[in-house]
Design a protein around this ligand. Structure first.
Ligand SMILES: Nc1ncnc2c1ncn2[C@@H]1O[C@H](COP(=O)(O)OP(=O)(O)O)[C@@H](O)[C@H]1O
Ligand SMILES: [Mg+2]
Length: 262
């Protein structure tokens, strides 16, 4: 795809005897919201981990902004402009919401740690900049009233928003979301849909979205890729993909109808 910010070509990933991804190909166009769906165990989270660099593929190539990143570690990809959220939240629950955002900035900067120690002035300046940015983001996410509260005091829906806000600290150009609507109440799903759309529209961020909640996929995605047993079995517009007999067949017995109504 020309103008793609992310391209994954013929990717394979094995875990011992298990083939999690088997020759899958996927592209996210600049400014697009691309959905990645498929039954449980079809390889979606593995694909996300291959994008962000948590896993390295056994075969295939990944490029980001036309640069090959297939074997780059995750912190290097983060610096190039990738952010992600996790299926299970990874926040420091006893720290405040604001500190979680500031800390994310420190961790991203860790390669500059020696420089920071050598120049405490720079470190202080960097922290002040990070705090300002954290506060700006928390108001953008309408979370400012929770800034000084421990993350543990927030609802799951709010914690999800905090995790996405944290990812925004690095000013990413691609955000990868792994099941952001899981466990959210319907009003919070609405909020999430609105927020993800605004991330794209106001910041121009491209988004790869793994999601089981079909309302989210239908409302947000320009394009959907369907995985089954680690292979791409269909792709296209959401309304076409969900009615594709091949896709329905793949979901039979795996809770498709229940999820489709969620
Ligand atoms: N770290 C791992 N070690 C071993 N097997 C794994 C690992 N991660 C995923 N798998 C296996 O790979 C397959 C795809 O898993 P996953 O990518 O989590 O699927 P999905 O997110 O679509 O539910 C499953 O069979 C799963 O058990
Ligand atoms: Mg998963």
């Amino acid at each position: 795809m020309s103008g793609a910010i992310l391209e994954m070509r013929r990717i394979a990933k094995h875990f011992g005897g298990v083939t999690a991804v088997n020759g899958a190909t996927l592209a996210v166009g600049t400014g697009q919201i691309v959905g990645l769906i498929g039954p449980n165990g079809s390889g979606k989270s593995t694909m996300v981990n291959l994008v962000s660099g948590e896993f390295l593929p056994d075969e295939g190539e990944i490029s980001f902004n036309s640069e090959v990143v297939t074997h780059l570690p995750s912190y290097r990809r983060a610096r190039l402009g990738m952010a992600r959220s996790f299926q299970l939240l990874r926040l420091f629950s006893s720290l405040s919401v604001e500190d979680n955002l500031v800390l994310a900035n420190h961790m991203r900067m860790k390669a500059g740690f020696v420089d920071s120690v050598l120049s405490r002035k720079n470190a202080r300046l960097e922290e002040a900049t990070a705090r300002t940015r954290a506060r700006e983001l928390l108001s953008w996410f309408d979370l400012q009233e929770f800034a000084s509260q421990p993350v543990a005091a927030l609802s799951i829906g709010q914690q999800r928003m905090v995790e996405i806000a944290r990812g925004m600290m690095s000013q990413p150009s691609l955000f990868v979301l792994d099941e952001p609507a899981a466990g959210l109440s319907p009003p919070n799903v609405d909020r999430l849909i609105d927020l993800v759309r605004r991330l794209r529209d106001e910041f121009g961020i491209s988004i790869l979205l793994v999601e089981h909640v079909m309302r989210v996929v239908r409302d947000l995605c320009d394009h959907v890729v369907v995985l089954d047993a680690g292979q791409k079995i269909a792709e296209g517009r959401p309304e076409d993909v969900v009615n594709d007999p091949v896709v329905i067949e793949a979901y039979i017995g795996s809770g498709w109808k229940r999820r489709a109504q969620a």
